[in-house]
Design a binder for this molecule. Sequence first.
Ligand SMILES: C[S@@+](CC[C@H](N)C(=O)[O-])C[C@H]1O[C@@H](n2cnc3c(N)ncnc32)[C@H](O)[C@@H]1O
Length: 178
Amino acid sequence: MYGDDSHLVRTDTSLLERMIERLVTQRACLDRAVHLVAQLTGPVVELGLGKARTYDHLRQLLPHRQILVFDREIHAPQAYVPDRADLYLGDFRDTLRETSERLHAKVVLLHADIGSTNRERDRQLVDELAPLIDELMCDHGVVVTDREMRRPHWERLPLPASAGNWTYYMYRVNKRDG
Ligand SMILES: C[S@@+](CC[C@H](N)C(=O)[O-])C[C@H]1O[C@@H](n2cnc3c(N)ncnc32)[C@H](O)[C@@H]1O
């Protein structure tokens, strides 16, 4: 999944501790985001099924919402793979563009867990994805992401106090201010 990681250096914080901080942060941010969009109507998007950890968390928090899931390939256990109708396989840049034309309702919450160890490649990917995501989102929808995304009318939100020591981003999409 992570490609060439030969440029990585070891740090004083163990990989286990870093993983714990990441997961605690993801749970805190997703829980907050679900609360923020409770009054909005529309589907949810999970960008990056991976091992389905965060998708399954969203599914449990939002049993009655449609959750559209994107990845280029399946790494998740079969029991956690979404139904075919909600699964978009391929490069995000292609599948998001196609979905934008087909969606009947705007998205209320999008979680993008798409980072790799290659920051430069991630930046290029995110620069292409942010306008596509913006197109999908409803006014006051929330974007939760592991990589910074810059759009003029997106308002960066503080992370919940229960988040761990891990960089994550939450944005409210203010369409009418844009
Ligand atoms: C960090 S993992 C997601 C982990 C997941 N949220 C979880 O909790 O298990 C990132 C995923 O994004 C997918 N991915 C990365 N870049 C992609 C791209 N350009 N198009 C489609 N999928 C991509 C990878 O295949 C990988 O499964």
